[in-house]
Write a new protein. Structure first.
Length: 235
């Protein structure tokens, strides 16, 4: 059915339907609050392995990346070392968190991206798209592999990898994800949470705005096939 044929009603009828739907929205909000509380109550696991990242401040450990905050959010940005540009989908998410980093810092949260590509490639791509968030390279360590966001060619060739906590088809060496860490007063670092796949949806404000409009995400021809890097829509 065409959107032009969508049901049309009087103002009074619209208001009645909207109020009825509001109850469902409030139920969902309460359920989301409960889910968020349950997420925060999950147990933590100590990060025993030492990782050293290439950053604009030199070599830094995972603990160093907190920069005085006690909470660290890492976006696992898809950028294979052989690529000349970062993933367009991860770039879509980065566009959404770029300006939030400063606000999070005032709630004891450091947010940044980590990718496997060498730092020079990350910085060049960052400059191209005008981003200011911190971006570190895990080119010389196993961080992305250990946290389920990257896979070796051998793992991909096997047909299935462990992604989003289940064995599933391997789509490539890189996948998106978010991992959260806590650093205690002793300096010990704990992994508190990780999410992947559709778990990233709620972190993309643009998608939530699209969910409000009549056409929705309008991705009938495939998820994000329409998407371009922010500087490439007119090409």
């Amino acid at each position: 059915m065409s959107l032009d044929d969508h049901a049309k009603v009087t103002q009074a009828q619209w208001l009645e339907a909207r109020k009825a739907f509001l109850k469902k929205e409030k139920d969902f909000t309460r359920m989301r609050d409960e889910l968020s509380a349950a997420r925060r109550a999950l147990p933590w696991v100590k990060v025993e392995k030492r990782y050293e990242f290439d950053t604009t401040k030199g070599k830094r450990s995972l603990g160093d990346l907190f920069d005085g905050q006690s909470q660290l959010v890492v976006y696992h940005f898809m950028f294979d070392p052989s690529w000349e540009a970062g993933c367009k989908s991860c770039s879509f998410w980065a566009d959404n968190f770029e300006r939030n980093v400063v606000h999070l810092a005032h709630r004891d949260v450091k947010m940044m991206a980590i990718s496997r590509a060498p730092l020079a490639k990350l910085l060049a791509f960052q400059k191209r798209l005008g981003w200011t968030f911190e971006w570190a390279s895990s080119f010389e360590n196993d961080f992305n592999y250990d946290f389920g966001a990257s896979f070796t060619p051998e793992e991909v060739a096997s047909g299935k990898v462990e992604y989003n906590f289940v064995k599933q088809k391997a789509w490539g060496t890189e996948t998106p994800g978010i991992s959260v860490f806590y650093k205690d007063a002793r300096g010990d670092v704990y992994r508190t949470y990780s999410t992947y796949s559709r778990g990233l949806d709620m972190m993309n404000a643009a998608y939530h705005y699209l969910d409000l409009v009549p056409k929705g995400r309008d991705e009938g021809d495939g998820n994000m096939t329409w998407l371009r890097l922010r500087d490439s829509y007119d090409e």
